[in-house]
Design a protein around this ligand. Sequence first.
Ligand code: NAP
Length: 259
Amino acid sequence: MQTIWITGGSSGIGFATAKEFINNNWQVVISSSNKIKLESAKKKLELNNNNNNNNNNKNLVHTIVCDISSKNNVDETINSIEKNIGKIDIALLNASAYSPNKNQIFDISNYELLIDVNIKGTLYCVNKLKDVMKNRNNTIAIISSPLGYRGWPTAGAYGISKAAQLSLSESLYFDFKKLNINVRVICPGFIDTEATKKNSFKMPFLKSAEYAGKKIFDRLTKGKEFEIIFPYLIVYFFKFTRILPYKIYFYIWKKLGNF
Ligand SMILES: NC(=O)c1ccc[n+]([C@@H]2O[C@H](COP(=O)([O-])OP(=O)(O)OC[C@H]3O[C@@H](n4cnc5c(N)ncnc54)[C@H](OP(=O)(O)O)[C@@H]3O)[C@@H](O)[C@H]2O)c1
């Protein structure tokens, strides 16, 4: 049986993706930092698993509390999965902190939090996974965001963390080929989750977490491409903004929200 480890699997995209993998008979380990949230997610996934006749009531759902901003916690979690549950075929590095800075007031503690969770947390996972996955043809999939493509107003801390994940994924794609580990990056458009409920602007082409879960399952299991994006139209629009000269880029933002 194949095993996926999903960081931040207690809600949103991680939770919906876990459900999709379970429905397809994968063994799923979800982790997150909040024990109560994680236990509640486990109950929902088990209920879904028991209602799914294909699974013959096999226990496919596992949870481990893991705050990815703690290197020790990450190391212990990966060791425990490999020893007690199964070898990790896919690690979906999805966990993320998100706090938009609506007032545009620079707050160093917000930067520190997002660097600790989104950047250092991702690095701790990669650091341990490279040792256990070496020469096994496994996959590390990192969820970044189109907000990493360019600097957005109100999203400085989140933006740098997502840009870092994107750049890291590209670099590791080359380096980890030598270890026989596949590195892939996922950039969803706007998905309706606890995180995006914090946004006060109208999100174009907003999709459900279930939609994202299905896309991630399909593309991770049926394709091999480095980059996974959805929905195409909005993500290609964000990609296009990358080549705009500053004059035009700043003008668009001024028109959109008086930035
Ligand atoms: N939603 C979107 O529109 C969108 C678009 C592009 C990219 N993304 C990316 O997709 C991923 C999932 O986002 P989402 O929208 O599904 O967010 P979400 O619903 O807020 O879920 C975030 C998850 O991360 C966990 N988490 C937070 N801090 C953690 C920590 N220190 N250690 C371990 N887990 C932690 C949370 O659980 P606990 O609180 O229990 O720790 C939760 O399970 C993120 O990487 C995000 O950047 C989202």
